[in-house]
Design a protein around this ligand. Structure first.
Ligand SMILES: *Cc1c(COP(=O)(O)O)cnc(C)c1O
Length: 377
């Protein structure tokens, strides 16, 4: 990242404001990741998945930046997210709701120009009924379940869907869509099985485009690309494929302030439950972020933070608002009140933090919370 490394909060606005760390979000890196995905996709456009506040990074800022990069299709999970984001985007940006229509929500959806992903026959009938009432065609994506059993129209309802569409001619279906369950695993046979089913669906609804690939799907090859990819994690710098070098640029950097330092003798119990007992004298630093700030409790006695490239292991349990690290590897007096340690950055990728915590980058990103000062580059 091009971000100028801040060594300390001292004298900064953030310190004066009483804030305890910086979450730096590189919007230009998101733009570059959009380019990388667009290149991999060749002629297929990439839509941006900006659900959950753009994976915690700020849906409005992220979506506007991506619009500037040429992105015109945006997906959120909930109608409420779409309603909030809609005014921030130009009229030619399309906004889709992955979780589908809630009963009674159809009119609000139509009025706001938000496009539902239809996940069931019931939703299709309600949407089409409204279209007939309004005497205008309403846009939709039809999602089919191709083997994930999460959302989407099940195989046995496809015939009824086709009949309903033909009988009413009330909907403007933009894509048939499905979601891959194992796209990050290039060796999973689930990918090819889902592709086969998607092709079958496409042959039953040949008049519509296909939306199939997520970030991982982009790197499964052109068979998976369809006519609109829905990319999320890769835009935000997460690895699209497990076990392979990450082709994406880092987007997030997290620096957290030291709030206390101390030197303790051998045999000292550190943190809740005394889960770490010092073997020898140790220099400790307590930093101002905990599980309420998205650093999972599973990082207790695992994982680390960095200071000037030096690894400082987490000792004891992660608390709600703080973490204690072993700073013995640094010369005495190096860390002081207000020094900033790196939690995510050049020395420790998002993926590394996720792995240490026993989770995935998606969960780390979406948990980071709002107690850091956010700065956008
Ligand atoms: C979240 C989501 C995506 C984006 O997935 P990434 O792996 O983050 O690229 C795409 N499609 C659907 C249906 C989703 O729920």
């Amino acid at each position: 990242m091009t971000c100028e490394r801040q060594e300390s909060l001292a004298g900064n606005d953030a310190e004066k404001a009483g804030e305890s760390g910086y979450l730096t979000i590189d919007l230009s890196a998101i733009g570059r990741n959009y380019e990388i995905l667009s290149t991999a996709l060749a002629s297929t456009p990439a839509a941006a998945v900006v659900k959950a506040d753009a994976y915690g990074l700020g849906a409005e800022r992220v979506a506007q930046a991506l619009y500037g990069s040429g992105c015109r299709n945006f997906f959120v999970a909930h109608f409420k997210e779409a309603e909030t984001l809609r005014p921030a985007l130009a009229a030619d940006a399309k906004l889709f709701v992955l979780n589908g229509l809630q009963p009674g929500n159809e009119r609000a959806c139509a009025d706001s120009g938000i496009i539902p992903v239809i996940n069931s026959l019931e939703q299709l009938r309600r949407w089409s009924f409204l279209a007939i009432t309004l005497q205008r065609k309403l846009p939709a994506i039809l999602q089919f379940d191709t083997g994930m059993a999460r959302l989407g129209i099940p195989p046995q309802d496809r015939r009824a869907i086709a009949e309903e569409l033909a009988a009413t001619d009330s909907l403007d279906v933009l894509f048939v869509m499905s979601h891959l369950a194992s796209a990050d695993d290039v060796d999973s046979t689930q990918n090819a099985n889902q592709l086969l089913e998607m092709r079958k669906i496409s042959s039953e609804f040949p008049q519509f485009g296909i939306s199939f690939a997520n970030s991982g799907g982009v790197f499964l090859g052109p068979d998976y690309h369809g006519d609109l990819a829905r990319t999320g994690i890769a835009l935000y710098g997460g690895a699209p494929t497990a076990g392979r070098a990450n082709p994406m640029q880092p987007v997030v950097r997290l620096d957290v302030a030291v709030i206390q330092t101390r030197t303790i003798p051998a045999g000292t119990l550190v943190g809740y439950g005394g889960s770490h007992v010092t073997a020898g004298e140790m220099r400790l630093a307590t930093i101002a972020a905990g599980y309420a700030d998205g650093l999972p409790r599973s990082l207790s006695n695992r994982g680390a933070v960095f200071y000037q490239g030096v690894r400082l292991p987490i000792v004891g349990r992660v608390s709600m608002d703080s973490i204690t690290v072993d700073a013995t590897a640094l010369p005495e007096g190096t860390l002081r009140l207000g020094s900033l340690v790196e939690v995510i950055g050049p020395n420790q990728t998002l993926e590394a933090v996720a792995e240490a915590a026993g989770t995935i980058s998606y969960e780390i990103l979406t948990s980071l919370g709002h107690r850091y000062r956010r700065q956008y580059l």
